[in-house]
Design a protein around this ligand. Structure first.
Ligand SMILES: *Cc1c(COP(=O)(O)O)cnc(C)c1O
Length: 373
């Protein structure tokens, strides 16, 4: 006992919950580079927008707490998404939305979530932080990483503790969309049984494939959105959950009292004005063009085995020797995202579409290291 007291006196961090002590935190793009002392001249690893949009903060006085939910932002996002104002929750990035869903619907130490790896890392990080189990239904490239819906149905029968199912469309890091048939099956399998989350962080790059029409008929479906990608605002941390008023009402009980700082809602409202939205749509068209060009040039390089079709602002590339390519790029200051440790993604690297100049430098470096086909 005395020894334990002494250990804790030296390191009060040992008072943390056991699952937190065991946790590996989310390996954010920045964290990885900082930890390894990388210099990073060209950042193609976090799916940020290559183009920056300047903003002025219009609200100059900040002595009052903000609204619990910034009215103008809610109104504008509701109009943009085509849903009611009571169907929207503004969050500190899509990531806070993921965390809120886990904390609202899962009992720590008892319940579980389902995810379909390879997919976005934050679903499991949020679950593990909350001591919620993660059930992995791994997908495979042969059928374009489509979730196995029969397997999900079995899992929901066999394991009554599954409360939330996370699917991502377009999926990070594979870049593909859930097919309408798959979505319909997911919606019906989870109806009356669990919350179905569809993460649409990249949907502006394939806007016709949004699953928002689903939620009119399915109150248990939640859509995640963000301003971090197509809207070029990763720096303000602003995201959205869209669902039925019943689900949004529950989430509102759990979210912090004043989650959205006034300067954030100020800029978000500007980005969601008519002009802000059409500027975003023009940038998206440019990104899609540069993505096609990048994919085509990547295929001329020796050691590039495959460039997967993408409905997002990144491409997933399979190399003959992924780790060697990652290191060569890293050493020359071009930072991309290694996906080699995700199931089915050995030798795969995720590359964010950069500016014309950034993409050209990337291709030049790859030609130098690997040569041309
Ligand atoms: C980037 C991203 C998010 C959310 O990012 P925020 O910056 O927290 O809004 C959510 N899901 C996926 C799949 C993402 O790639």
């Amino acid at each position: 006992m005395a020894q334990k007291t002494q250990e804790i006196a030296l390191n009060p961090g040992l008072l943390a919950r056991a699952e937190v002590q065991a946790l590996t935190p989310y390996q954010s793009a920045r964290r990885i580079v900082e930890a390894a002392g990388g210099r990073g001249d060209i950042w193609l690893n976090a799916n940020e927008s290559a183009e920056a949009v300047p903003y002025d903060i219009e609200q100059k006085i900040l002595n009052r707490y903000p609204d619990a939910q910034p009215e103008e932002v809610v109104e504008r996002y509701a109009r943009y998404a085509g849903v009611g104002k009571d169907q929207i929750l503004v969050t500190r990035g899509g990531d806070e939305g993921i965390d809120l869903l886990v904390r609202t619907f899962c009992v720590p130490g008892r319940d579980a979530i389902v995810q379909f790896p390879p997919t976005y890392g934050m679903y499991s990080v949020c679950a593990e932080t909350t001591n919620v189990r993660v059930v992995n239904l791994t997908t495979s490239p042969e059928n374009n990483w489509a979730p196995d819906t029969a397997k999900l149905a079995e899992t929901l029968v066999a394991d009554p503790t599954v409360q939330v199912v996370f699917a991502c469309s377009p999926n990070n890091p594979t870049g593909g969309l859930l097919s309408p048939d798959t979505v319909e099956e997911l919606v019906e399998i989870t109806r009356g049984r669990a919350i179905l989350v569809i993460d649409e962080a990249y949907i502006e790059f394939a806007p016709e494939s949004t699953n928002i029409p689903q939620i009119a008929m399915a109150p248990h479906v939640v859509i995640i959105r963000t301003l971090s990608k197509a809207f070029a605002l990763a720096g303000i941390r602003c995201g959205f959950l869209i669902s039925s008023p019943e689900v949004i009402g529950m989430l509102k009980k759990v979210i912090a009292p004043y989650p959205i700082p006034t300067p954030v809602s100020d800029i978000a409202a500007q980005a969601l004005s008519m002009g802000g939205i059409s500027a975003m749509q023009r940038r998206v068209q440019g990104t899609i063009k540069r993505r096609a060009d990048l994919a085509q040039k990547l295929l001329t390089i020796r050691g590039v085995e495959e460039v997967r079709d993408s409905s997002s602002n990144f491409v997933l590339v399979k190399f003959t020797d992924g780790p060697a390519v990652f290191k060569a790029l890293w050493d020359s200051g071009i930072i991309v995202r290694d996906q080699g440790r995700q199931p089915t993604l050995t030798n795969c690297i995720r590359i964010t579409v950069g500016t014309l100049e950034e993409n050209a430098e990337l291709i030049e470096k790859l030609r130098e290291v690997l040569g041309e086909r």
